[in-house]
Design a protein around this ligand. Structure first.
Ligand code: RFL
Ligand code: PHB
Length: 395
């Protein structure tokens, strides 16, 4: 098999990249180790920045999002039993975000790819990228169901590793050229889906002495909620009643706000970490999305960063094809990392501002509350949050 761009992974990064390249007249092949149902059902992100929404529309993938997605003009911060709304358009010159689940973005992109794009192979596991430093890199992969687990090779001009945080692509970048920046947090998120209309029409980020809680949604009739839990917690040890009781405590306000309960249809725990792999390119191998960087989900940035990376790559390659200049490909890593580190900073700040660290001293607790007080009493501080939350420019 031979193609211009070999894409490893059919998460949002890989699928959108295939779509952008197709629109630019560049062919690609996507290899995805799991099956279609897995990719379409994996519960993850919920918030799309304005720039992401614009990119999906321009890629012809915005139709259902515009019909079913929920435009949000703000979020609520809750602490000390008080509520404070951050008004995005008023603070950012009109920007907002869209609540439209990652599962739906992936479904829309898969349908488009199968209808009019290049090959998208499910059950095709990349084993290794070879020859990244040469003009003809290759992906060795194995297709499920092939007799004796026979291996195939995809010959490419470029390889983009969109294979998430446990992928194989980044292993092809020599260790001596690599720097990894990492932080793990001593807590995780217990996330649930529940068949109950969201109790608030915007997302609620709550800081409580017992830990952080987040109210989000998937539709007008499905709620998505998260609780900060100790690192390594097993979701099965929390009963439904315990989850609702704990959410109720952490969201409690002085003005009698009520949390509606409903049947819980899924429960899982996500660890929290920050991770950046530098550089994001070696020769003709490029890393995009979670394959290169992870942020804790508190800033809702992961999927949006993945979109930023693949937009940058698609532009750079189109430029190369049009003008013969590889300048933009050469600056790919640097361009992406500037945005990545802004998102890392913001996600780290949001996480430390809102979570209860198990070893926080009373002094640190007071500093944390003072930070929240500052945020809700200073327009400048609020504007800083609103600008970062609604997103950094893709230019
Ligand atoms: P993905 O989605 O992990 O996709 C990678 C794909 O690669 C496949 N793969 C391979 N395929 C072939 N060969 C191999 N060897 C392969 N190895 C792996 C995998 O099967 C998979 O299909 O990475 P991508 O595309 O970079 O997308 C990144 C986003 O998924 C991620 O950043 C976000 O989900 C993060 N995130 C959020 N981001 C937001 O922008 N807004 C949010 O509100 C938000 N909330 C969240 C989140 C992530 C969460 N979790 C579970 C970590 C909330 C949570 C709880
Ligand atoms: C979600 O809806 O899953 C979600 C929303 C906002 C976040 C993280 C996750 O910051």
């Amino acid at each position: 098999m031979r193609t211009t761009v070999g894409i490893i992974g059919a998460g949002p990064a890989g699928l959108l990249l295939a779509r952008l390249l197709h629109r630019a007249g560049i062919d690609s092949v996507v290899l995805e180790s799991r099956d279609r149902a897995y990719v379409e059902q994996r519960q993850r992100a919920g918030v799309l920045e304005q720039g992401t929404v614009d990119v999906l529309r321009a890629a012809g993938a915005g139709e259902r999002m515009d019909r079913e997605g929920l435009r949000h003009d703000g979020i609520e911060l809750r602490f000390a039993r008080r509520r404070h709304r951050v008004d995005f358009p008023a603070l950012t010159g009109g920007r907002s975000v869209m609540v439209y689940a990652q599962t739906e973005v992936c479904k829309d992109l898969i349908a488009l790819q199968l209808k009019e794009g290049g090959p998208l192979l499910f059950g095709a596991e990349a084993l290794a990228v070879e020859g990244a430093g040469t003009d003809s890199p290759r992906v060795r992969f194995r297709r499920e169901g092939r007799a004796g687990g026979e291996e195939d090779v995809l010959e490419c001009e470029y390889v983009v590793g969109c294979d998430g945080s446990w992928g194989v692509a980044r292993r092809a970048i020599p260790e001596e050229l690599t720097r990894v920046f990492e932080r793990t947090y001593p807590f995780g998120w217990l996330g649930i889906l529940a068949d109950v209309p969201p109790s608030h029409d915007e997302l609620v980020y709550a800081r409580h002495d017992r830990g952080f809680a987040l109210l989000s949604m998937r539709s007008p009739v499905v709620s998505r909620l998260y609780l900060q839990v100790p690192e390594g917690t097993d979701a099965g040890t929390w009963s439904d009643v315990e989850i609702w009781d704990e959410l109720e405590r952490r969201f409690e306000t002085a003005d009698g706000w009520r949390l509606e309960r409903g049947p819980i249809t899924s429960k899982s725990v996500t660890p929290m970490r920050s991770h950046v792999h530098e550089p994001m390119r070696h020769g003709r191998l490029f890393l995009a999305g979670d394959a290169a960087h992870i942020v804790p989900p508190t800033g809702a940035k992961g999927l949006n960063l993945a979109v930023g990376d693949v937009v940058t790559f698609a532009r750079a390659l189109a430029h190369r094809k049009r003008t013969g200049s590889g300048d933009l490909l050469d600056s790919y890593s640097e361009t992406c990392l500037r945005r990545v580190w802004q998102a890392e900073r913001f996600s780290y700040e949001m996480t430390t501002m809102l979570h209860r660290s198990p070893d926080a001293t009373p002094f640190e607790d007071r500093i944390q509350l003072a930070g929240l007080e500052r945020l809700v009493s200073s327009r400048a501080a609020e504007q800083d949050l609103a600008e970062a939350y609604t997103g950094f420019s893709l230019e």
